[in-house]
Design a binder for this molecule. Structure first.
Ligand SMILES: Nc1ncnc2c1ncn2[C@@H]1O[C@H](COP(=O)(O)OP(=O)(O)OP(=O)(O)O)[C@@H](O)[C@H]1O
Ligand SMILES: [Mg+2]
Length: 224
């Protein structure tokens, strides 16, 4: 089966899934997902609460393994977790920050984990958190955490960036800023997958839409 996918996979793909099933405990979340996403593409992932969007993002970030089937991410086998994790950044719905580190320390740490360099003060300025640079994350509001997580995703600019519900907990200015920064990532060639319940917003930066339903992924046309 691995040979089947390597025969069709091309460097033009950011990701490919073939016949991916995922069982968690007694629940079967994915039931034979096939998916091709080109490099640089922007994809909005839709689906009801519990459909499996977060689970699919975690699988793409190599935090979960398929029960059956196979996948490639930026030309690495999904089972090669180390390689995949270097290519991918997942911005989780709860922001996934270290509560006892400051804002600046969280960004420094993320850069170090990826052996990357970046301008942390500038990143904090971009999301209007410069005054909170030294504040510990546990003392931030939910929207401020979201902004910090967004600054981290923007700073890391991993080739495949996965964003889980980026618009939750944000005010109007925060949503506009999110659209702007995600748009910049795409303009830099980053492949973006955005799980969201706001298709009209998400599709502004990730125009192709997919719906996860009954464990399968289907394409959604414009205006649906
Ligand atoms: N660790 C786990 N063990 C067992 N089941 C899980 C686990 N994590 C998630 N699930 C189940 O997987 C299904 C999909 O959950 P998931 O969080 O992926 O949905 P979602 O589409 O992201 O929903 P939402 O829109 O509410 O965020 C749910 O039925 C959930 O109960
Ligand atoms: Mg979710």
């Amino acid at each position: 089966m691995a040979d089947l996918l390597s025969a069709t996979a091309t460097p033009a793909h950011a990701l490919q899934l073939r016949g991916v099933w995922l069982r968690l405990g007694r629940e079967v979340i994915l039931r034979g997902v096939d998916l091709d996403v080109s490099r640089g593409e922007g994809v909005t992932l839709l689906g009801e609460n519990g459909a499996g969007k977060t689970t699919l993002l975690r699988l793409l970030a190599s935090a979960l393994r398929p029960t059956r089937g196979e996948g490639r991410v930026m030309d690495f086998d999904l089972r090669d977790s180390r390689a995949v994790r270097d290519q991918v950044h997942l911005m989780p719905v709860d922001a996934g920050l270290y509560p006892d580190l400051s804002c600046a320390e969280n960004l420094d740490f993320a850069l170090r984990m990826h052996r990357a360099a970046g301008d942390v003060p500038a990143a904090l300025r971009r999301v209007n958190l410069e005054a909170a640079a030294a504040r510990r994350v546990r003392f931030l509001s939910a929207g401020m955490r979201k902004r910090l997580a967004l600054a981290r995703a923007h700073l890391l600019a991993r080739p495949l960036t996965l964003v889980d519900e980026p618009f939750a907990n944000l005010d109007d200015a925060g949503r506009a800023l999110t659209l702007h920064l995600l748009g910049e990532l795409r303009a830099r060639g980053v492949t973006l997958i955005v799980a969201a319940h706001e298709p009209d917003l998400a599709r502004q930066v990730a125009p192709r839409a997919l719906r996860l339903s009954a464990g399968k992924v289907e394409e959604v046309g414009h205006g649906s």
